[in-house]
Unconditional design. Structure first.
Length: 237
């Protein structure tokens, strides 16, 4: 049984499950497209030898009807553990709320060995590598967009939840739309059926520590977005 007090196992080398069983069009753990991010991750691996510190793969069912798109791995979260939104405050709110609405088997933890399973849900990021100061530049978002586009094409989700404006614009770009085609606004729902996509795009402020501490995003606000998604998916089976 998982014990939350058990230490995080350090990660060394390339995980076999990621390197050999993942479609390279969707994810490539050896991607070097962004020189700045590649250099930065080399520094992080030197300073934190037990960290994953590589591109972070998506987590969850590749055929799920809900796709959650974040910004990028956090330094001491996904960049450390190798699983999106695992090990930091943003993940605490995300997985707790996903569990509340039946999309996760439990509320998650800071350990990827915790047995968490997502139900009809998949979590990914617009940028797969940790950026300095958690701020990817525009070129890095564009470079990584081919992976997001392939993920969406493979999964064909009915609902996409964009966490923040960068993720929102990345989703639009992945669908061949101009980044400003549909303005981002918390709680906004965009019907994408007229744009050759079966999905609805739901916007939420990112569940980052900064946004929750400043009350820009409250648990109630985030729950309201997931409640609407759950209602939509329940009515469209």
């Amino acid at each position: 049984m998982y014990n939350k007090t058990s230490p995080i196992a350090p990660v060394f080398g390339i995980r076999k499950d990621v390197s050999e069983s993942t479609d390279a069009r969707v994810f490539n753990v050896r991607c070097r497209d962004c020189a700045r991010l590649h250099r930065f991750l080399k520094t992080v691996r030197r300073d934190h030898p037990g960290y994953w510190a590589r591109p972070v793969p998506a987590f969850g069912d590749p055929r799920a009807r809900l796709l959650v798109v974040g910004l990028a791995p956090g330094m001491h979260g996904a960049n450390r553990t190798g699983r999106p939104f695992t090990g930091d405050t943003a993940g605490e709110l995300l997985y707790r709320t996903l569990h509340q609405f039946g999309f996760a088997s439990h509320t998650g933890s800071d350990d990827p060995r915790d047995g968490l399973r997502l139900r009809d849900c998949r979590v990914t990021n617009a940028v797969k590598c940790l950026p300095p100061h958690n701020k990817p530049d525009g070129i890095e978002v564009r470079n990584c967009n081919r992976y997001l586009a392939a993920e969406i094409a493979m999964q064909r989700p009915r609902a996409i939840l964009a966490l923040g404006a960068v993720a929102h614009r990345a989703v639009l770009q992945s669908l061949g739309l101009k980044p400003g085609a549909l303005p981002f606004a918390h709680g906004k729902v965009h019907d994408l059926t007229a744009m050759r996509s079966p999905a609805r795009l739901y916007d939420s402020y990112h569940c980052s520590r900064y946004n929750t501490q400043t009350r820009r995003l409250t648990a109630g606000m985030f729950e309201a977005v997931l409640r609407e998604i759950k209602s939509f998916l329940s009515s469209s089976r």
